[in-house]
Design a protein around this ligand. Sequence first.
Ligand code: PLP
Length: 362
Amino acid sequence: MNLRIPGPIPVPNNILEAMATPMINHRGLEFADLLKKVTAGLKQVFQTENDLYILTASGTGAMEASIVNTLSPGDNVLSASVGVFGDRFGDIASIYGAQVETIKSPAGKGIEPNTIRESLKKNPKIKAVLVVHNETSTGVTNPLPEIAKIVKNEFNKILLVDGISSVGSIPLKTDLLGCDVVATASQKGWMLPPGLAFLSFSQNAWEAHKISKMPKFYFDIANYEKYLKIKQPPFTPALSIMFSLDIALTQILDEGIENVFKRHFNIAEATRNGIENIGLELFADKNVTSNTVTSVKIPDNVDGKLLLSTMREKHNIILAGGQQELSGKIFRIGHLGLCTYEEINDVIEALKKSLPECKLAS
Ligand code: PLP
C-alpha cells in the first residue's frame, strides 16, 4: 500500500524494527541515557534551548498540555483558525474555561497577520494567542514568522503553536520566533508510528505556569520537569516508540535539518506540479501552500468518494478525503517524512487513470 495520508505515514523498516527492541526498566540507567539523548536531539530539530518534554499521547494531548499549563479559567485567548485543527485548539481552551475569541480565515487561505494585530489592539485583555502552523485539514502553512513578530514583539503575549504537522518538515525556528510552546506528534514528519508527542516550553511559559489554574494531572509539565531532572518519565512511556525515535532522530540529524526541509519542499513541488499537469486544481492559496500535505479540489463532475475508493482498490494508494465541510470537496496527499518521487508519480499516474472512471452522470 502507498499510504499517502498526512499521518500516520509509512515508517522506514529500520525505524520500525527498532520497536522490536526488548523492554527495559524505564527507571533504570539505560532509559536515562536514551531520554537524555533523544531530548537533546529533539531540541536541535525544534531549534530551541527551551525545555522539551516527551509525552505518551497523540498530538491533541500536546495541544491540551500547552493550554492547561499556561492558562487559567476566565483568561482571554485569541484563536486564529483556518481549519479543523485551529478550531480544535480554540475548543480545548474553551472547554477548560478560557474566554476564546476566534478569528477565522476561509478554508484554503492562511491567517492574515494584520487581523491578529487588530484583535490584540481591540482587546488588551487577551493573554495568549493560539496558532496552528501547518493546518493539515486544508494544506495551508500559516505565516508564523509574521504572526510571531506581532504576538511577541508588538504585544508580548503568550504564543502557543500547534506544530504537529510542521516541526521537523517545515522550518519552525522556535526560539528565533519566540514561540512559548510548540507541540508536535510522532506520526508526522518524524517517520514514527503514532503514540508520542513532543512539547517545547519557554521560560515565559514557566512564568505563566506558576499562576495557571486550569486543572491538570497527566499533562502537568511541572511533573515532567521534576522527573526529567532525575532522567526519568513521570509515567510509563511508550518505550517502543522511544527506541524508534532514537534511530529516526539520528537519521534526521545526519541528513541535516535544512536538507530535510529542502527535501520536503522538493517533493511538495513535484506533487503540486504533477496535480496541475493532469488538469486538477490546487485548493490552498499558492502563497501559503504546505510542504507536508497537498490539498486538491475535486472537480464538480467527479464523484470524490468513488475516486478515493478507486485509488485504494485498483492502485493500492490511500489518499485522505476532506474533513467536515470539506468532505467530498477536496482530497489530500500526504508527503511528510520519507516520500519518494516514485511514490508521488504513482499517485499522479493513478489519478490520471481513475478520474475518467469516476465521472458523475451528467
Ligand atoms: N493538529 C494538526 C495540525 C494535525 O495535523 C493533527 C493530526 O492530524 C492534530 C492536531 C491532532 O493530532 P492527533 O490526531 O495526533 O491527536
